[in-house]
Ligand binder design. Structure first.
Ligand SMILES: [Zn+2]
Length: 325
């Protein structure tokens, strides 16, 4: 996120007061969907705590502490993330050895006599052994130490670990604030982008940035054309396969969910075709199944072919629902 998320101004002020009144917790869990500003707040907090001459809420940017932090060499700041393994691939988890090394570092005292900060990101990727090892660190916090966990999916952390941290939950900001922020970034059609991102401003920015918003609308038009038999399935499969198939399936699922909700409220919905609610919810389910299947060993064109045929009879859907009960 390039610009400061203005909807976090209040939270930043609260944290600043806590720092000034010496009421900072030893462990924080910053949790919530990507795009809501968790990491921006964290970086502000790290900068503010490590600065030796803060100016109000802001780090000065020029003192020794600030210079070391900006160079990435501050001895009192440790960052733990997923490492690259021997085969050169990024590990899917944060492993116990990383936490052991961390514990050794945390028990040292601060080199500058100020704060010692450890950042674990993404904390929802700690494996069980690593989470247990981390719990031990939390049992023996020293003065002026901060352990900051950042997680897009905080519920994935073990409850024992979560309960030891003070949770900061990042929710969707007020739409007006989100729109004002997007406008400042020079986004042309903010309202459309924000709606496409379901109210998440950071995600809206990302959608516009890599042309995903245009792809999302293309997916909607493809679904309509296929359902009206005005497009060729094979041709559409070819286009989807070449360009972000996983993302296109997610967009399809989102449109179908929106369509299902609209119909339930008696509205026309974004796909503007008459089908019953079972058809839309059945197609929604199939889009999600296709997303899963695409991660597996099946050929992508076959998975896409299966979904884009958009065959769902009311009877089939009903029988699936009955069987699952
Ligand atoms: Zn400074």
């Amino acid at each position: 996120m390039n610009a400061w998320p203005s909807w976090l101004d209040g939270l930043r002020t609260q944290f600043n007061q806590r720092i000034e009144q010496d009421r900072m917790p030893h462990a924080l869990l910053l949790g919530g969907a990507a795009g809501l500003g968790k990491r921006a707040l964290l970086e502000w907090l790290v900068a503010r705590l490590l600065c030796q001459l803060p100016e109000g809420e802001q780090a000065c940017g020029t003192c020794h502490g600030c210079r070391l932090r900006r160079a990435g060499t501050h001895p009192d700041l440790v960052r733990v993330s997923r490492e690259v393994n021997r085969e050169g691939r990024q590990r899917t988890e944060i492993v116990v050895d990383q936490v052991r090394i961390l514990r050794a570092q945390v028990t040292l005292s601060s080199q500058f006599g100020g704060w010692r900060i450890t950042v674990l990101d993404p904390a929802d990727r700690l494996n069980m052994a690593a989470a247990n090892a981390l719990l031990k660190t939390l049992e023996e916090p020293g003065g002026n130490t901060l352990l900051a966990l950042v997680a897009d999916q905080p519920w994935r952390l073990p409850p024992t670990l979560r309960s030891r941290c003070q949770a900061v939950n990042f929710a969707l900001p007020d739409p007006q604030q989100a729109l004002a922020w997007l406008q400042k970034q020079g986004i042309p059609d903010c309202a459309t982008a924000l709606a496409a991102a379901q109210g998440n401003p950071g995600r809206a920015l990302a959608l516009v940035g890599d042309g995903a918003l245009a792809r999302r609308d293309q997916v909607r038009r493809d679904l309509i054309a296929l359902l009206c038999h005005e497009a060729d399935v094979l041709e559409t499969v070819g286009q989807w396969k070449q360009d972000e198939p996983q993302e296109r399936l997610r967009f399809a699922a989102e449109w179908l969910a929106e369509q299902t909700c609209a119909l339930a409220k008696g509205e026309t919905g974004p796909l503007r075709i008459k089908r019953d609610i079972w058809t839309w919810s059945g197609l929604f389910e199939q889009a999600n199944q296709a997303r899963e299947a695409l991660r597996g060993p099946l050929r992508p064109d076959l998975v896409l072919m299966d979904f884009l045929s958009l065959r769902v009879s009311t009877m089939e859907v009903r029988s699936v629902r009955v069987n699952r009960r």
